[in-house]
Design a protein around this ligand. Structure first.
Ligand SMILES: Cc1ncc(COP(=O)(O)O)c(C=O)c1O
Length: 394
């Protein structure tokens, strides 16, 4: 291996949300000294070309308003076509300071107060928040959990899409937190249901580069071009290359009418047009020069997942890893312990002194689960699992 992912990097006192400020995001973590394996950023240093590109920009030392240029969009399209064999028009890409703000703009653009948005819980918690906090309803197409695998209830999905108040669907592809990398046939069914019922489909593909051996991520409009009519795809280098703090993401909106509607909200009403100058350079360097780093990262993360699965099997009776197909987020099933939601939180937070994403953050369907971020050195995972094993035994 060229890169050393075993190396521990101290992150305290960097104003890190994960390490320094966890209690500000979730009160359950407040005023405690917890080992953090929660929010989805990595404890690894970025690939060297990213630092070099940022350094070069820093040397210029002028930080005025900045807009993404043609070369930026060109680099994004090249990455998508090289990595995913997905060919997009660079004019269809709209810069955003984050995917979550864009999700909120989608709600404001494509729905009216009182309308419904389909999501599939357990799912990344801002999906629920941006819908409800904008005064819309969640139409929850609960994922089906059977034999350690999550699948989609298509009958229920179709019913929800047919409801006259349903205008929008948020798909998480690959799925955070359950780790499914959706198959083309599953994506085709979702796309068909949305297109047939005039539902705008937002496919959040921020984890699309993080897929394990034997699985393949399919951007939704690669599955079928017909979905270009009603589909928006959210992408970024943020998860892939550990650049979440750069606030630089790319929203692909092939249909011009949808794109114009979206930019009226994001740019004309909210003035979210200009970009982070460092984020632009970091993203370009990542997509141009860091693919070898990503390939090694994926091996390391997949081995961490295997380690978690094996450790649980051998040392933590009643706890198992839902087999992951992608993402660096391990979804751990504690339901066989038969303890309450409060007891599980007490076990993890108070007894083990660990910050994981509590399963219930992702909706009631997540009760009895914990999400562990394994994008960290193996030694951190060993420490975390030892603490859980000890607490469960006690
Ligand atoms: C599915 C999904 N979408 C979006 C984000 C965050 O996007 P951003 O930081 O660009 O707002 C995350 C972060 O974990 C995520 O898991």
């Amino acid at each position: 291996m060229k890169y050393n992912f075993d190396k521990s990097v101290a992150r305290y006192n960097t104003e890190s949300m994960k390490w320094d400020h966890m209690g500000k995001i979730f009160p359950v973590f407040a005023n405690k000294d917890l080992l953090p394996l929660w929010v989805a950023d990595m404890d690894f240093q970025c690939a060297p070309p990213i630092k070099e590109a940022i350094q070069k920009r820093v040397d210029h030392n002028v930080w005025g308003y900045t807009i993404c240029g043609d070369d930026y969009y060109e680099v994004v399209t090249q990455w998508m076509s090289r990595r995913h064999d997905w060919h997009i028009d660079k004019n269809s890409i709209v810069y955003s300071r984050g995917i979550v703000p864009a999700l909120s703009f989608f709600v404001q653009t494509f729905t009216n107060p009182g309308d419904s948005v389909i999501i599939q819980r357990p799912v990344y918690y801002p999906f629920t928040a941006v819908v409800e906090n904008n005064g819309r309803h969640v139409a929850n197409n609960t994922l089906v959990y059977k034999d350690s695998k999550y699948t989609i209830d298509f009958v229920d999905l179709e019913k929800k899409a047919q409801d006259a108040t349903t205008k929008l669907m948020f798909l998480c592809s690959p799925h955070n937190p359950v780790g499914r990398v959706w198959l083309p046939e599953e994506l085709e069914k979702i796309g068909d249901i949305c297109i047939n019922n005039d539902v705008v489909l937002v496919s959040d593909e921020v984890h699309g580069d993080l897929v394990f051996n034997g699985h393949k991520h399919f951007p939704i409009t690669k599955v079928s071009k017909k979905f270009e009519k009603n589909t928006i795809i959210c992408t970024a280098a943020s998860k892939t290359f550990n650049l979440a703090g750069m606030h630089t993401s790319n929203i692909v909106i092939p249909n011009k009418k949808l794109r114009d509607n979206y930019t009226r909200t994001a740019f004309d009403k909210c003035f979210q047009l200009d970009a982070n100058p460092i984020g632009i350079e970091a993203t370009k360097a990542a997509y141009l020069y860091c693919e070898d780093w990503l390939n090694e990262l994926l091996v390391y993360v997949e081995n961490n997942m295997k380690y978690v699965a094996q450790f649980c099997k051998e040392n933590i009776p009643g706890v198992s890893l839902v087999p992951p197909e992608g993402t660096y987020l391990a979804w751990l099933d504690f339901s066989a312990l038969n303890i309450t939601k409060e007891q599980l939180t007490n076990l993890i937070v108070d007894q083990c002194q660990i910050a994981l994403d509590e399963g219930y953050f992702f909706g009631d369907e997540g009760i009895g689960f914990e999400r562990m971020n394994v994008a960290c050195p193996r030694s951190t995972i060993e420490e975390c699992l030892q603490r859980i094993a000890g607490a469960v035994k006690r």
